[in-house]
Design a protein around this ligand. Structure first.
Ligand code: SIN
Length: 532
């Protein structure tokens, strides 16, 4: 009861609170708490599943086992999903293999129409899908709706790519030979996706794979399987043939499912988004069967503000990049380097914006930032803050867990006077903590920015056009944002260098990750015209 009241007190407007009589106060506070932890009601209840989708059927695990999924905002049970194992995964792979010959023979235009239909259905059901995302992931509804739009746009994008897969004609070096290429689907694909974008990380991979003519087995995240299941229901309605899109669900058995996918000789390609550590393991496991791979792994994005930046633009960019999804994206700013001439002004303006945030359940209308995914994530964030403080960092706002709201909440935090000795400088925080590192020169900050094993995204803010080119070329990352903190776009190639992985998703390059180039040489073609 104590924590209930504490939670309620922080969610009721102070002005209103001071005018309430104790009994009314309690009633209204209880109502506010209930609203904050509502179980969402879907317009289309058939989008909420407790089975998974394999070979066009809704099925459970052969063992009958299930796992529980909890709302990160309240800790309450959302529901259960099948705890699948090796045998279930092999059945899904077989379904995808059986569906492949017919699906790859469809024209690009036919596959485009299916993806377009799937896109339309996602947009028509956007509100319900967003509710599922908020429920199981915790992000506020506004962000969840943004994710549905982002996710559906990958289907739209790849529906436009599917009919435009071109080969080449190549001038041969050998007289009389004619050389041309075609592109072919690589085959059955295993897609392993994370919980931070329960819809978009699936559509970004599935859209490209299906456009190319591949069939897939997707392993949905143990924390967020319901959004993926809703997407499967819409795939069914869009007329995606049975066996083309299959989902394996598991929590405890995730390593077993992963190794079944990576060691299968039927699976020709694996695409994975997740940590660098798991990526290395999956790569090792895939080596026996020499699969095609694309991996989008960890980041530790440098975010640089030069003295010549527009302060307001830089602050807005930092808020967007650092605190999107409460800091739980691979491209979130992790190390904020601010040049000494603008450091104090930036720290003050940035902190003022962070103080405006409202933390709570993603279903509450005025909440800007939701919980983290679980208490292990909160502990990591807390450890980074405590380490920075111990080594001289000064917390300007936040810095604490929020047990009154629940075990998965951490205050949005800004720390100044960061140094490269601190853990946050070398490890991805994946949470709502912004550490501000002062620097003197361009050369110094580029060296600091590149002093990382990973290289996914990097950002900088400057109004000097020559500096813009110079620094963009010098940063060792796969993606650069100049004067913006938001770079994610289905039209733009997403991916990293170094230990952030390889391969590109979205864009005109994304489909190639699911295709192989076949070359054909015709000999004896240099004969003179008949009758000459
Ligand atoms: C990620 O966190 O892996 C993806 C972020 C994005 O697509 O913007």
């Amino acid at each position: 009861m104590k924590s209930l009241l504490a939670a309620i007190s922080t969610t009721t407007k102070p002005a209103l609170r001071s005018h309430l009589q104790p009994t009314n106060h309690l009633r209204i506070l209880r109502a506010t708490y209930a609203m904050q932890h509502t179980v969402p009601s879907l317009s289309d209840k058939s989008l909420l599943k407790d089975k998974t989708y394999i070979n066009g059927q809704w099925i459970g695990a052969k063992s009958g086992k299930t796992f529980e999924v909890h709302d990160p905002a309240s800790g309450k049970l959302i529901g259960t999903m099948p705890e699948m194992d090796k045998e279930d995964t092999e059945a899904a792979i077989q379904a995808a293999a059986d569906a492949l010959p017919a699906f790859r023979k469809l024209t690009g235009r036919e596959r485009a129409r299916m993806l377009r239909k799937w896109y339309t259905l996602m947009m028509e059901n956007a509100e319900d899908i967003a509710k599922l995302i908020t429920w199981e992931n915790g992000k506020p509804m506004a962000d969840a709706k943004g994710e549905v739009n982002y996710a559906a746009n990958f289907f739209e994008w790849f529906s436009e790519e599917a009919p435009r897969v071109y080969g080449a004609t190549i001038p041969a070096s050998i007289a009389g030979n004619r050389v041309y290429t075609t592109k072919e689907p690589v085959g059955v694909c295993g897609l392993i996706t994370p919980w931070n974008f329960p819809a978009a990380m699936i559509t970004r991979k599935v859209g490209a794979a299906l456009a190319a003519g591949c069939t897939v087995v997707a392993k949905s995240p143990g924390e967020t399987p319901f959004t993926a299941a809703a997407l499967a229901e819409l795939a069914h309605r869009a007329g995606i043939p049975p066996g083309v899109f299959n989902i394996v669900t598991a929590l405890k058995n995730t390593p077993e499912v992963g190794s079944t996918i990576t060691s299968s000789n039927t699976v020709k390609k694996v695409s994975f988004t997740g940590s660098t550590g798991v990526g290395k393991l999956l790569m090792k496991q895939s080596s026996d069967t020499l699969k095609k791979l694309s991996f989008e792994l960890g980041g530790n994005a440098p975010f640089i503000v030069f003295d010549d930046a527009d302060l307001d633009v830089a602050v807005a960019g930092a808020i967007a990049s650092k605190f999107r999804s409460s800091g739980q994206t691979c491209v979130c700013a992790n190390r904020l380097y601010v040049q000494k001439g603008i450091y104090d002004d930036f720290a003050q303006a940035f902190t003022a914006k962070v103080k405006e945030f409202k933390v709570g359940s993603g279903f509450a209308g005025d909440v800007t930032h939701g919980p983290l995914i679980h208490d292990r994530a909160v502990d990591k964030v807390d450890a980074h803050v405590r380490d920075a403080e111990k080594q001289g960092g000064k917390v300007l706002v936040g810095g604490q867990k929020m047990p009154d709201l629940g075990s998965n909440y951490f205050q949005p935090t800004v720390i100044r006077d960061m140094t490269s000795k601190m853990n946050l400088a070398h490890e991805e925080t994946f949470g709502p903590v912004a550490g501000l590192f002062p620097f003197d020169s361009e050369a110094e900050v580029v060296k600091l920015a590149n002093d990382a094993e990973v290289g996914l995204a990097g950002y900088f803010f400057s109004r000097d056009v020559q500096r813009c080119f110079r620094v963009a070329e010098a940063l060792e990352v796969g993606m650069v944002g100049i004067n913006t903190g938001l770079i994610s776009d289905p039209a733009a190639p997403f991916g990293g260098v170094k230990w952030s992985g390889f391969g590109r998703e979205g864009s005109k390059y994304g489909i190639d990750e699911y295709m192989t180039v076949k070359m054909v040489t015709l000999g004896g073609m240099g004969m003179p015209l008949q009758g000459s």
